[in-house]
Design a protein around this ligand. Structure first.
Ligand SMILES: Cc1cc2nc3c(=O)[nH]c(=O)nc-3n(C[C@H](O)[C@H](O)[C@H](O)COP(=O)(O)OP(=O)(O)OC[C@H]3O[C@@H](n4cnc5c(N)ncnc54)[C@H](O)[C@@H]3O)c2cc1C
Length: 495
């Protein structure tokens, strides 16, 4: 780390570029690389990563008259945003008012729901701010970016009509969100350096962050940030080594449900500045057919869940997050099956998921009898017949909660009406929840509980808000809420 003071940079009394050039980042960095620094640019804020959080921050900063740059290691936005369902959550947004939805909903109720899902372990101040400002962020996405929403739908939990799904031709809807944010970035002429990886942060001896060092095909460069560097790199779910050390090998072997290049730069870049890392063992998971990427989602609640040995292994009341984690952790080879009959066919969620499996060319096995189904799906037939028969008897006698394991769904579905289906799935990894702790101003907090001057983090790179699980839609919403906050806080520094 170099000894350049922020004041020195701002006044231009130091050749800041030379200072950053002295930063020893990669082994073998040559004098030529340092000379290159002289030509490099400075910006008001440098945003590392071009996902929902980074783009929202850049657009808001530009609206506030700041000069941001986004640096992205891939040729286009390539993080979880483009793989996401494009669902965001709001309480009494303009869109909800227009659609006459949920006028009885309140910020307090939303806050409580968020805390229930994080098992009361989410940062209370951040969560409260999130609940209070989500609607402002969603309204801004409509008004400033031109995002249109489909019909607002009810989330599985807590069954309020808060789910705003981005509308438009690109599927999944998260890619539509990314497309429109990218368009807004381009319309505002915000520079984006693609194919450029940030490999280190630059800073002073007193641990203020002052810029970044990048690597691209053109070589290495350094950039000065007048007011701040913003980490919006996502988490570390695709970093096998980090997942193994934080959660264990069972988690590292889960197929990845989203981006395969999100590899933990929220840790590696910030570590030299001694941030406080929190919730590092926490992550989100979901069911997936690994080889094809087909996602059965809440179909796991529509039948019984069995292993290849034909036995139930979990209470089907569990959310798909818990089902995915348990499947990966306890079921041989991380392969299980949803066994259901034809009764739920016709329900839109079920048909949508059957169609997804078909489009992805993922198998759904079908049999006129349980025996035939077991043979087709290569499940132990004797055990499966016994499992289904015992389960149906329990459902009929209303004793399903006494099965081992119990089924505590309030209205468990019996498996009696052929044809029968076996839908294979694995527990898949969605994203990690750990990272540098931030305060409500999005400043990264160090191990002495002080903000690190010049260092901000937003989106999925951050630790603190999410723990164990989230209400579907909360992560993109958080990226939008705190992406805006970050730009606004940095604008305050300019005065
Ligand atoms: C299948 C799936 C469905 C989902 N559905 C939803 C949903 O409907 N609603 C919801 O709220 N959440 C959803 N999520 C979660 C949500 O997608 C993420 O939380 C959110 O997109 C994170 O946005 P982000 O901007 O923080 O990071 P990302 O979108 O992951 O972007 C990070 C960017 O940083 C870049 N980067 C990383 N390191 C560097 C570096 N060193 N230098 C330069 N660039 C770098 C990456 O290439 C990437 O483009 C879903 C996730 C998945 C996987």
């Amino acid at each position: 780390m170099t000894n350049i003071s922020r004041r020195g940079i701002l006044k231009g009394t130091l050749t800041a570029a030379a200072g950053i050039g002295a930063l020893s980042v990669l082994p073998g960095m040559t004098a030529d690389a340092d000379a290159q620094v002289q030509k490099d640019a400075s910006y008001d804020l440098i945003i590392v990563g071009c996902g929902c959080a980074g783009m929202v921050c850049a657009i808001r900063a530009s609206e506030l008259g700041l000069r941001p740059v986004i640096i992205e290691k891939m040729p286009s936005p390539s993080g979880n945003t483009v793989y996401s369902g494009g669902i965001l959550l709001g309480v009494n947004t303009k869109a909800q008012t227009e659609q006459n939805k949920n006028t009885s909903d309140t910020v307090d109720k939303f806050y409580e729901d968020l805390m229930i899902v994080s098992q009361q372990r989410g940062d209370k101040v951040m969560t409260r701010y999130f609940a209070e400002h989500c609607s402002e962020a969603l309204n801004w996405l409509s008004d400033s970016i031109g995002i249109k929403w489909m019909n607002i739908v009810t989330e599985v939990f807590p069954a309020y009509e808060r789910s705003h799904v981005v509308d438009g031709p690109s599927k999944p809807s998260g890619s539509q969100l990314a497309k429109q944010l990218m368009q807004a970035v381009n319309d505002r002429r915000i520079p984006v350096l693609f194919n450029t990886k940030v490999v280190a942060l630059a800073g002073t001896e007193s641990l203020e962050v002052t810029g970044v060092k990048t690597v691209s095909k053109e070589g290495t460069k350094s950039f000065i940030a007048r007011y701040g560097v913003v980490i919006s790199t996502g988490g570390f779910h695709a970093n096998n080594e980090m997942v193994t050390s934080q959660m264990g090998g069972w988690a590292a072997n889960m197929p990845i449900r989203g981006s395969k290049i999100i590899s933990g730069e929220n840790f590696t870049l910030t570590r030299p500045f001694f941030p406080k890392f929190v919730n590092t063992d926490q992550f989100h998971a979901g069911p997936i057919h690994g080889p094809t990427g087909a996602n059965p989602s809440i179909m796991v609640n529509y039948g019984i869940l069995v292993t290849g040995d034909g036995v139930r292994y979990i209470d089907e009341v569990n959310t798909y997050v818990r089902v995915a984690k348990e499947t990966a952790k306890t079921v041989k080879g991380n392969w299980a099956f949803i066994i259901m009959d034809s009764e739920p066919r016709g329900i839109s969620t079920v048909e949508e998921r059957f169609a997804r499996y078909s489009r992805a060319k993922a198998p759904i096995y079908e049999g006129a009898s349980i025996k035939e189904l077991a043979a087709k799906a290569n499940i132990n037939a004797t055990n499966l017949e016994k499992t289904v028969s015992e389960y149906n008897k329990a459902v009929k006698n209303k004793t399903a909660e006494r099965l081992t394991p119990p089924n505590t769904l309030s209205a468990p579905r019996s498996v009696v009406k052929g044809p029968f289906y076996a839908i294979p799935f694995q527990g898949g990894m969605t994203a990690t929840f750990g990272g540098p702790l931030v305060n409500v101003k999005t400043q990264v907090i160090n191990t002495e509980n002080q903000p690190i001057e010049g260092l901000y983090a937003i989106g999925n790179s951050v630790g603190g808000i999410f723990y164990d699980d989230y209400i579907v839609g909360a992560q993109l919403t958080s990226a939008a809420v705190f992406g805006r906050v970050c730009a606004e806080e940095i604008a305050k520094k300019r005065g």
